[in-house]
Design a protein around this ligand. Structure first.
Ligand code: TQI
Ligand code: ZN
Ligand code: ZN
Length: 171
């Protein structure tokens, strides 16, 4: 079953259009940004929320960036595997990904040779973390997007009934 963060934080009803922006210093290529756009779309399809990319990083509701190791928020990344990403509950909007992972995009390695085995599918992680950004905690339903484990080299991007019921009870 789905869960929420303590106190059930959510984005206020007045904010059904959420903006997102990418950390300018990352200089992400367009195909990486597209993956996040698709991940947001999966949640907007089942809610009244919409997500709009903005180039105004400072004023965006959701700020997305790749960071390595200690990046100043008290939750350092740990190199390959372990923690892959973290996102904070509403209305924080902070969405950080571990730059040391071997991220896979549409089945292709972004930053590593394909002989590497610790591949992590970016879209799968993005869909899960956006759930957290919107207020969902972890689910006990195996196979749900919000289930707290994923096998490496696995792609899991489709919301299941439990994810949809959870987000629809918040929004
Ligand atoms: N990052 C954890 C996660 O997003 C961070 C975390 C741990 C957390 N406990 C939490 C976040 C409680 C909110 C509430 O779950 S992770 C997965 C999964 C991670 C894990 O890097 O371990 C995914 C990131 F679910 F597959 F294990 C993305 Cl998809
Ligand atoms: Zn962080
Ligand atoms: Zn999680």
């Amino acid at each position: 079953h789905y869960s929420f963060f303590p106190g059930r934080p959510r984005w206020p009803p007045s904010k059904s259009e959420l903006t997102y922006a990418f950390e300018p210093r990352n200089q992400l290529p367009e195909n990486v940004k597209t993956v996040f756009g698709r991940a947001f779309e999966r949640w907007s399809e089942v809610t009244t929320l919409s997500f709009i990319e903005t180039t105004s990083y400072g004023s965006a509701d959701i700020k997305i960036g790749f960071f390595n190791g200690d990046h100043g928020d008290g939750e350092p990344f740990d190199g390959v595997l372990g923690t892959l990403a973290h996102a904070f509950s509403p209305p924080s909007g902070r969405f950080h990904l571990d730059g040391d992972e071997n991220w896979v995009l549409d089945g292709n390695f972004v930053s590593a040779p394909s002989s590497i085995i610790s591949a992590v599918d970016l879209e799968s992680v993005a869909v899960h973390e956006i759930g957290h950004l919107l207020g969902l905690g972890h689910s006990s339903v195996e196979g749900s997007i919000m289930y707290p484990t994923i096998s490496s080299n696995t792609r899991k991007v489709e919301l299941v009934d439990d994810d949809i019921q959870g987000i629809q009870s918040l929004y």
